[in-house]
Design a protein around this ligand. Sequence first.
Ligand SMILES: [Zn+2]
Length: 390
Amino acid sequence: MSDHYVVLSRKYRPKNLDDLIGQEVMTQFIRTCLEENKVPHAFLFHGIRGIGKTTTARILARCLGCVGNGDSLRPTSSPCGTCRSCIAIDNDNHMDVMEFDAASRTGVDDIREIVESTQYVPVLGKSKIFIIDEVHMLSKSAFNALLKTLEEPPPHVMFIFATTELSKVPETVLSRCMTFQLNPIPTSKLAEHVLAIAKEEGLEMEAEAAEIVATESGGSVRDALSMLDQIIMLSHKGGNITSDTVIKTIGGARQCDIDAILDFVLAGSPSEATQLADCVIVSGCAPFTLFSNLQSTLYKRITEHVKKKDKNLSNLLYLWQILLKQTENMKNAERPEHVLIAAIVILAHTASFPKIEDLMIKDRTTESGSDNLMQKILARFPGSDVSEIG
Ligand SMILES: [Zn+2]
């Protein structure tokens, strides 16, 4: 191991369109633009943090600047990686690729400086590229100073904007850009990516451990790799990375425990469900993490039922409603573990109520009236009063 540990998100930063994961539609569009040499002069990438917005901007700059493909005027969708332009971008010192963080340079003077430098022709590559990260942070006057150049930029100039808050970017700017939303990376794909990087680092990692990392990072590649950095540091580099290692490091929960809690809930067994939830919390899982894991597992089960066209869904949907209602309480509670345990008890009690589908079938078979059925349905819901109906 060298003295300077390079963080994984930097070490494995994608350099080509093919390396980007989970953004197929966008990469296909960019590839076509490059291959047909019809590249818009302004792009805007938006989406949550750590999913590859500035990485895509740099890849685009690499594709536009590469001079190793024989035709020095056309861009390429597969940059060579060895020409002076590619190497300069990889080393963050390309003279024609300028990266600004609008969070720290928000003023009109910063933008005037950019506008002025668009007049000069590129030194090394074919285009002068201005990457402005967190562009929504620019002041109103800064946006105004940018507009004219954005409308009619010199032919060698390209702007690439990135933002986590699209709604804060003025319409006048949006209308002048080719806009793409980058999606959070699906959990299964992100877990595969984490496993591949662990392998590349010479580490054994359990599939379930990678799954926990992917779930906890909410679709952000950077967050997932930062977690992996932390896990590697704490597991003293080497050894097998198990789900227990991950849980200890990041305070997550094992999927088998989440499934078991949900099974107890659905079986109407509050005592077993809360006991297991207690154990998971004591072993280091934050209550809110356990809560959101329960939510995503319940969601997974609902979608599985829908896929199978199983109409026996009402109880799951009702549990979902209860969990949703507790989200705010969890966030605001002084003791979130109390809200979580109470929610589990409510869920387990509710799950033991008869299902609407069963009541309907039974009612049809006994041919009792529809009023009778309505009373039975309403009786399932605490606080409902039949006399209020009609
Ligand atoms: Zn090149």
